[in-house]
Design a protein around this ligand. Sequence first.
Ligand code: FE2
Length: 297
Amino acid sequence: MTTELVKRPDVQALLDRVAGLDQAGGDARLKPILRDLVEAIFSILDKHDISESEFWGAVKYLTEGAPELGLIVPGIGIEHFLDILLDERDKAAGIAAGGTPRTIEGPLYVAGAPVSEGAATMTDREEDGERLVMHGVVRDLDGNPVPGALVDVWHADTRGFYSHFDPTDQQPPFNFRRRIQTGDDGAYRFNTIMPSGYAVPPDGAADRLMKALGRHGKRPAHIHFFVTAPGFRHLTTQINIADDPLIHDDFAFATRDGLIPEVTRAGGTAEIVFDFALLPEAAGAAYAFSERPRTAA
Ligand SMILES: [Fe+2]
């Protein structure tokens, strides 16, 4: 959608110089990407007749909103689009289908949660809320259990706050964050409290953007996972709590078919059974765990 003005030879020459195309040094991968990015910005400025004040307002928004980029990126669908893109690259590379679908990580993972064998209790203290037990088996694509898999789980509390990011500072370190190592049966199990959905911080940059778009900044209740095992591809995913009213109205677009297990309730405890299916490590493919910045504690 390059506009006629941006196609003009003097503007195209400007873009070449901006991207350092007339220079021998620099990063050969970055140059054409930066050129396309700036060309897209030029064209948007032209196409939408953007005023100087609007432009500098956008710069101010990005400058001040930078700490919330981890929420803005999923909120404008980019993190979900990365999943769509990776799925398509898998298809193009002939990578086997049938594994548990990937979905977005979000910005609230903390590395280094306590590890236990086979089962875990997600909190060290008495927590109010609906009791939840979730369990299942980590399997390969043939359905065989995967021993030695690590199920790294994290979720919000009943107020929708995550430990280490709790604005009320009321949770101990690693509350509702655990890693469970599977034994020979590939099984994992954890006891916890039903998490709540949550919203982006009120009046923050993500919230203001959502309001300006006529949208909300809420997520349905969900539980995050990394599942890893030697010889298998790293899986980043979430399961959604099936009866949350926002399940198909997630501001971060993370809900996917295959990630909405049934919740059964008996004797005051909710139960979710969910097996993970891991893809084999694809030789020669760049499917390592992404290198995004993460908190460690
Ligand atoms: Fe989350």
